[in-house]
Design a protein around this ligand. Sequence first.
Ligand SMILES: [Zn+2]
Ligand SMILES: [Zn+2]
Length: 281
Amino acid sequence: MSRIDLHLHTTHSDGSFRPSEVLALAKAASVTALAITDHDITSGLPEAIASGEALDIEVVPGVEISSFDGRSELHILGYYIDWQDSLFNDRLASLRASRHRRNPLIVERLRAEGLEVTYEEVQALAGTDAVGRPHIAQLLMKKRYVSSAKEAFDRYLAEGRPAYIARELPAPAEAIAWIREAKGLAVLAHPTWVKAAGSELATCIAGLKDQGLAGIEVHYSTHTKSQTTAYLNLSRQFNLLVTGGSDFHGLTKPDIGVGTGRGNLRVKPDLLTAMKEASIR
Ligand SMILES: [Zn+2]
Ligand SMILES: [Zn+2]
């Protein structure tokens, strides 16, 4: 049964597979269209587009930008962006620079906790300049300080834990504006990250829509049926596009498959029609 997957990470950010490898996995999972949405970077797109042509998979140019609204870290996906736009790429580069300042500080905190880790080891393991916390988690697993990436976050890396360092992040309005200026559609990723429920959640979504949000990631690997229904209702209430994806990262989230999430994800290809129409306007 054909499906699409609009949320995928590669080695260009914190995923463990190259774009061409992700496309091969997508082909095997009967994915007919996908978006590579690396964190704050578009450098994986040329390889993805070339592989897509070879494998007959439609590649939607994408990105995922981290933002903070004062209470929740919100990730904004950008689709059909003009990914070669130089202003857009300069903005992403400045976000990545702030992450580069953060990672060595996290490693220092871990050392203060008595863990023998160095930033050089993290970089060697990442094998890319897009070092992220999942790479640090991988190193802690490799050195047997923890038995899973989840445990690394729960014990050390998550907010409120000893090695947590806050990032300097743009406001959601800013991330949305950047995507729009690059002629893209801005979509709220994994909406469970919004720390609000009921009418407060609706107010938050209404506010994002006023700032230019075009859609909500209704279908997502970890969503329960009732969460999917709730976000579908919100998207209808605010006339927002419905999107969906697995948030595949490869080995750092081994339970999530390309196109299939935890096995029960199927994002229907026809959702792309409405997205394309909206992106042309
Ligand atoms: Zn995200
Ligand atoms: Zn993601």
